[in-house]
Design a protein around this ligand. Structure first.
Ligand code: C5P
Length: 314
């Protein structure tokens, strides 16, 4: 086939602990990723020449190398020169539904879709492991975006352990339209405030990873214990980001008032999400928060957990 349409899912973090810093400047993490049914549609088509082109109508999505989707195509071109010589370049069209710079991995999941799509168009037959190794070169959460579902991630966020699928939860997401947070800024702010609690020696780090694998959140996921999952939501970034953006704390308080299973910021923010057990409850929570905050800049979405990252769109 010369073209593919892929659905690329956003992610939320049910748990995110920043454990320490690394010699490469990154941070050691323990996080639980979850795919949600908020998706960008990515159309990939052979360009008929040797160019890589990205098209997206969204004003905040660039078409050049600064777009991770573009860099994903460039990486494939470098890694598979014979296939590139045989098939040529790619036109990538992104229908953007996932908010940008929101802590939902919108850019990462577009890059993941480009890897999966080029693998299909160029008929490379790459394995999941091979795709994830390529994905890790593009960004820390791109490997999860390729795999999708529910997973525990350690190290930079690229070392994945799949967890049993969660299909019983609904999500309400809320984000102020013009508020975006840069991930490097969030890590830097966290480092300035809390690096005195970082774990630095290899032995303590290993003990930490081991503890995370049997943590209460991981243990609550296997039996799909939604009450516990809601209670155990945790994100270290909140204590770096909330003091700078008090409106996010107010948004979280509004969700708490709406009697949800739990509520938290996703990734480095600024999206706040809450969990419910039914779509009807999620819709009610959305209306309640919309009334409580009553700011035209506040956008809300209702969606659900899904077991897939990148899939071929219908
Ligand atoms: O890996 P990715 O390119 O998505 O990361 C963006 C930025 O977030 C990095 O440049 C780094 O500043 C920070 N980061 C980090 N530790 C991680 C992941 C990301 O410090 N585990």
């Amino acid at each position: 086939m010369h073209s593919y349409s892929l659905a690329a899912a956003a992610k939320i973090n049910l748990y995110l602990e920043i454990i320490g810093s690394r010699s490469d400047g990154y941070h050691e993490l323990a996080t639980v990723f979850q795919s949600i049914d908020l998706v960008d549609k990515i159309d990939l088509r052979l360009s008929g020449n040797d160019s890589i082109c990205v098209h997206c109508d969204h004003p905040q999505v660039p078409s050049d190398r600064t777009n991770l989707a573009y860099r994903a195509a460039e990486l494939m071109k470098t890694e598979f020169p014979d296939a590139f010589a045989k098939y040529g370049g790619i036109n990538i069209t992104i229908d953007k539904q996932i908010p940008v710079a929101a802590g939902l991995a919108g850019g990462s999941t577009n890059a993941a879709a480009v890897l999966v799509g080029i693998d299909l168009i160029w008929q490379l037959g790459l394995t999941q492991a091979e795709l994830q190794t390529l994905a890790a070169q593009l960004g820390s959460d791109v490997p999860f975006c390729v795999m999708g579902g529910t997973a525990l991630a350690t190290e930079r966020g690229e070392n994945l352990s799949p967890l049993p699928d969660l299909d019983n939860l609904y999500v309400v997401l809320a984000k102020y339209r013009n508020l975006t947070i840069s991930t490097p800024w969030a890590y830097q702010t966290y480092r300035e405030k809390y690096s005195d609690c970082y774990i630095t020696d290899a032995q303590s780090l290993a003990a930490c990873w081991e503890k995370v694998h049997s943590s209460p959140m991981v243990r609550a996921i296997a039996p799909k214990d939604s009450t516990q999952i809601g209670k155990l939501l945790h994100n270290d970034f909140e204590r770096a980001v909330f003091p700078e953006y008090p409106q996010l704390m107010q948004l979280k308080a509004a969700f708490e008032q709406a009697r949800v299973l739990g509520t938290i910021m996703s990734g480095s923010g600024p999206t706040i999400f809450a969990l419910t057990e039914t779509p009807e409850q999620a819709q009610l929570v959305k209306e309640t928060v919309k009334q409580a905050i009553s700011d035209p800049e506040l956008e809300l979405w209702v969606t659900k957990f899904i077991p897939t990252g990148i899939r071929i769109a219908k």
